[in-house]
Write a protein that binds this ligand. Structure first.
Ligand code: EPZ
Length: 430
């Protein structure tokens, strides 16, 4: 198993380029099969989840032509099977976006039911409620979701909870339904807007994405397009927090500052300086950070995908902070690992009470999930001594060349796969 080995204590300094948004790209790849013409997608992040989604799309018979690491051409005209196999779903839940895409285009789809996940149970009842409201018969048996409809009829859907996945999945099915659909209490994340823009570039009639009411006028057919995925606001936020944790000075390039407002606001609150440019932000942190309170909320609130990273920087801030996780029920699994690095954190139900300590000390830790793994790397970069992070395949699901980008900012970090290599690194840096 590969690991990251890190020698902490070096301030990150320099410039880093942010890649395409994983969570926008996953849905856009699924939506690309909704036309029989060829779709070109650029600025894809070259990460594990994207590659699994591309295999799932090939698995149902579409033609996938990988032009380069960040560009793909997809043609859905050759799709033969409407069944998305469990092997893809168990690797990435987001392959359930093919449900909305296939139902919209072919009026039938079968996708394995996603199981639980590292950060919570993550039901998909709202997705299915939306498909049924559009007139689809939806059954679950033998671990498979089967959805089918003579035709889909536009309707008025109210989402009981703000859900990114349900908003996007229903939007895709409604894009090729008969008539008008209104989605109330819709998620407003930048990636919801990106998927709507992508579908509109294929000829869909979607208005209001980015607000909590999305109006969709269904169309018969969708056509080819060439589309560039937006920058990943969570990758950007992760590097901003790494700069803060190491008291560095980093220019994070190729971002949309508006998408980072909640993240930036918290860095200012704890005492960092953040300078915004058209497509970049510069984070400078020269002194010990201050405590604050954070609650994760749907966009434009503070993103749950930045919650572990927030706890890591508050863990070495002065004073006592609280981090409240309001989206997922099990997103504090990293706390035990961080405690092994010297953190003083108490979790009571969905609130972490964080008593800031002077510094972390390097230790062997394991990544419990994607964002928590990235957060533990940030802790290692700030820690005294050597940290080894295990189970880094979680991190590679959503971060492209993570250790290389950090090393280009001066971090002493390497990807290794043996004790011998860890010893070699330790000797080299000591
Ligand atoms: C997306 O997950 C992201 N994943 C997650 O990012 C992100 O944390 C989440 O949105 C919130 O921003 C992708 O886009 C692939 P939700 P999603 O539906 O769509 C409940 C990462 O690190 N819910 O907005 O699954 C759900 O349990 C990942 O990149 C229902 O109850 O999130 C949760 O409590 C982790 N029923 C809340 O809603 C449903 O039918 C929000 O979930 C759907 C969701």
């Amino acid at each position: 198993m590969e690991q990251y080995v890190i020698k902490g204590g070096t301030p990150l300094v320099g410039e880093v380029e942010i890649g395409g948004a994983k969570n926008a790209a996953l849905a856009i790849l699924a939506a690309s099969i909704m036309t029989d013409e060829t779709v070109t997608i650029e600025n894809l992040p070259d990460v594990r989840d994207i590659n699994v989604m591309l295999h799932a799309i090939e698995g149902i018979g579409a033609i996938v032509d990988r032009i380069d690491a960040h560009t793909v051409k997809i043609n859905g005209s050759t799709i033969s099977g409407m069944l998305v196999d469990y092997e893809y779903i168990k690797k990435i839940r987001a392959s359930y976006y093919l449900l909305g895409a296939l139902l919209g285009k072919y009026k039938k789809a079968q996708v394995a039911l996603p199981g639980g996940c590292d950060i919570g149970s993550r039901p998909i009842d709202l997705h299915l409620k939306g498909f049924r409201a559009l007139g689809a018969e939806v059954d679950i048996s033998h671990g498979l979701i089967s959805a089918a409809a003579e035709h889909l009829e536009g309707t008025h859907i109210y989402l009981d909870k703000v859900s990114v996945g349900a908003t996007i999945n229903i939007m895709m099915a409604a894009a090729m339904a008969d008539g008008k659909t209104i989605i109330e209490n819709a998620a407003k994340e930048p990636h919801v807007v990106d998927v709507a823009n992508f579908l509109n570039s294929m000829g869909a009639g979607i208005r209001g994405a980015g607000t909590d009411v999305i109006r969709i006028v269904g169309v018969e057919k969708l056509h080819k397009t060439q589309y560039t995925v937006i920058p990943d606001q969570i990758e950007a936020g992760t590097f901003m927090f790494a700069a803060a944790a190491t008291k560095g000075d980093v220019m994070v390039k190729n971002v949309i500052p508006k998408h980072l407002e909640a993240t930036t606001a918290k860095l200012l609150e704890v005492g960092c300086e953040v300078e915004e440019f058209d497509d970049a932000v510069r984070v400078v942190c020269s002194k010990r950070m201050r405590h604050t309170q954070v609650t994760t909320l749907p966009y434009p609130g503070f993103p749950t995908d930045m919650q572990p990273q927030m706890s890591v920087i508050l863990g070495i801030a002065e004073g006592t902070s609280t981090v409240t996780e309001s989206i997922f029920e099990n997103r504090f699994r990293y706390v035990d690992e961080l405690t092994r690095m010297g953190a003083d954190i108490k979790v009571e139900s969905n609130i972490a009470i964080i008593a800031g300590v002077e510094r972390y000390t390097g230790a062997r830790v394991s990544a419990p999930d994607l964002r928590a793994g990235a957060a533990l790397v940030i802790a290692g970069l700030a820690a005294d001594g050597i940290t080894v992070v295990d189970d880094i395949y979680y991190i590679e699901r959503g971060y492209e060349h993570f250790e290389e980008k950090l090393a280009s900012l001066g971090a002493q970090i390497e990807k290794v796969s043996s004790e011998k290599e860890i010893q070699k690194f330790t000797l080299k840096v000591s």
